[in-house]
Structure formats: C-alpha cells, structure tokens
Ligand binder design. Structure first.
Ligand SMILES: [Zn+2]
Length: 70
C-alpha cells in the first residue's frame, strides 16, 4: 500500500511564481503527490504536497497550500 494519495503525470510547476527545480540535480519535471501526515497525539490528519523529481527521485515537500500551481 502506498502512502501517496494521488500522483499526477510528470510536469513543470510554478510555486509562488517561481519555477520549481530539484535542489539536487537541477531537473524541472516532477510528479506531484498528496501525502497524509499524522501528527503524534493528534487525531486529525493533515496533508502535505510533495513534488518528486523524475530524474533523481528527491522529494520536495510543502506543508499546507503551496499556492497556485501552473
Ligand atoms: Zn532531481
């Protein structure tokens, strides 16, 4: 069972009006996934958005709303 709730096709993303690039390899295409976060002692669940580099697989995480995605 995957921890990923959904995963979109690889694409480029703008976050807060800035092109998202991988901090490790410099690639600019990612797969987006919503990931459930369970805080210890908290009965509610939260979600984070992860952008997974299509080249090196490093994940860049944003908690809350990363803003308008393009
Ligand atoms: Zn990368």
């Amino acid at each position: 069972m995957s921890i990923f709730r959904k995963e979109a096709e690889p694409q480029q993303y703008l976050i807060k009006e800035k092109q998202l690039t991988c901090s490790h390899c410099g690639n600019d295409t990612f797969r987006m996934a919503d990931i459930m976060i369970h805080y210890r002692g908290d009965i509610t669940n939260s979600y984070a958005t992860a952008f997974i580099c299509t080249v090196c697989t490093q994940a860049t995480w944003f908690t809350g709303n990363p803003g308008d995605l393009a």
